[in-house]
Design a protein around this ligand. Structure first.
Ligand code: B12
Length: 134
């Protein structure tokens, strides 16, 4: 009886800590590529909270690293559209845009079917922002 009461008391003592414990952030890379100019890709390391969105991580990255800047526009249905990275903007008339690709730790490259406002990065992925043509 006493041991059971003791372990129940211990559990109650631990509970508040468990609930407030910070979860480790998700580390991943952002790679900026320009497939039209064939410039050398630039890689930035960043992170996001567990299940956080890519847009949040891009904002954190640009706030902490002067070499990464981006802009986006808002579509009424699809949300944020990545418009420019480091001063290079997609232009409809030229059929240029920033494509979003993801390289997984096992080396596969996928093209997410959502934009930066919905994509949720996983640990150790390489998120590729590739300037290209449609
Ligand atoms: C054509 C098209 C494109 C073209 C747009 C060229 C242009 N400026 O005309 C290009 C190739 C640029 C494109 C890019 C992308 N697209 Co797109 N695209 C379409 C498509 C096939 C038709 C859109 C259209 O012309 N509608 C008709 C016009 C009259 O309506 P509109 O509202 O003005 O259309 C605009 C928006 O759709 C916008 N747009 C296009 N794609 C996307 C994606 C996002 C996230 C946003 C915010 C806006 C946006 O561009 C259109 C022209 O301005 C739709 C699917 C569909 N059949 O609707 C997918 C679609 C909208 N795209 C989609 C996606 C995922 C993307 C990308 C994220 C793909 C990627 N992994 O790179 C990128 C955007 C990256 C970025 N920079 O943020 C998804 C969005 C789903 C979601 N919930 O986020 C859709 C629904 C296709 C799908 N997978 O089901 N796309």
């Amino acid at each position: 009886m006493l041991p059971a009461l003791l372990s129940a008391a211990l559990l109650l003592l631990q509970l508040p800590g468990t609930l407030t414990q910070a979860r480790a952030a998700v580390p991943f890379d952002v790679v900026v590529e320009n497939s039209l100019l064939q410039t050398k890709p630039v890689t930035f390391s960043t992170h996001v909270e567990q299940r956080g969105i890519l847009l949040g991580a891009l904002k954190t990255l640009s706030a902490s690293n002067a070499n990464f800047k981006f802009t986006y526009t808002e579509h009424p249905d699809y949300g944020p559209y990545l418009q420019s990275v480091n001063g290079v903007a997609g232009i409809d008339a030229d059929h240029t845009y920033w494509e979003l690709l993801v390289e997984t730790p096992d080396g596969k490259t996928i093209r997410p079917d959502v934009g930066i406002g919905c994509y949720i990065p996983s640990a150790h992925q390489r998120i590729i922002l590739r300037f290209t043509k449609w």
